[in-house]
Design a protein around this ligand. Structure first.
Ligand code: A5P
Length: 221
């Protein structure tokens, strides 16, 4: 690992976590690529390994950056499973619950994570928290939006374009704890296409950048 001149301490932590995750990818693997500023450090680290891998991307931004770096990205429609998926997170609870979707990509990110044999989360040291707190990103159907908002209560629409899948990106601002209860409520509310709570069962490893070192986070589950 080497220092990059002018890089912020947070970016260094994102980069070292991303570089550690890139080492987990092996020749011939099917790989899911997440979205966000931490994944932006993963893609060059992966490209520099020169592996023969087939990737699916969780957002147009990731797809674009990956292709520019020469990483093969294909459609996800015909791919049944992935060997590994690597993605960032907004918050990581001690028991492995995550909040994701700060960049609005959580719908695709959850499908990709669920399809992967191993889902690796890469974060800087500000992301592990004692308890999850709002907001929880949502993707909502446009159809019936006002009624869905009324049903959910404390939700703010994001000033963002529709998701690549046509959904409306919003944030739930009510209490999150216990996350399992909120996840069940959100999942059973018609009009909620997906929410940004990821259960511990989805999470394989969490790699945390601390200073210039990436450490695995021990999860209490
Ligand atoms: C994208 O919608 C998100 O789920 C990101 O993975 C998450 O917000 C982490 O992003 P950063 O790596 O930019 O912090």
């Amino acid at each position: 690992l080497h220092a990059v001149p002018g890089e912020s301490p947070t970016d260094t932590e994102k980069r070292v976590a991303a570089e550690a995750a890139a080492q987990l990818v092996e020749d011939g693997m099917a790989v899911g690529l997440g979205t966000g500023s931490t994944v932006a450090f993963l893609l060059p680290a992966l490209a520099s390994r020169g592996l023969r891998i087939d990737c699916v991307a969780t957002s147009p931004a990731t797809e674009r950056q990956a292709r520019e770096l020469g990483i093969a990205v294909g459609p996800f429609e015909g791919v049944e499973r992935l060997d590994i998926a690597i993605d960032g997170a907004d918050q990581v609870a001690p028991d492995g619950w995550l909040i994701k979707g700060g960049g609005g990509a959580h719908f695709r990110e959850k499908i990709v994570a669920a399809a992967a044999d191993r889902f690796v989360v890469i974060v800087d040291s500000a992301k592990p928290v004692d308890a999850l707190s709002p907001p929880v990103p949502l993707e909502l159907a446009k159809f019936g939006l006002a009624a869905t908002l009324r049903e959910l209560g404390d939700v703010e629409l994001r000033d963002a374009p529709q998701s690549p899948d046509g959904g409306v990106i919003a944030d739930y601002g009510g209490p999150v704890d216990p996350p399992g209860d909120l996840a069940a409520r959100l999942a059973s509310t018609p009009g909620v296409v997906e929410h940004g709570l990821f259960p511990p069962a989805l999470v394989g490893d969490v790699l945390v950048g601390r200073g210039e070192v990436a450490d695995p986070l021990g999860l209490a589950r």
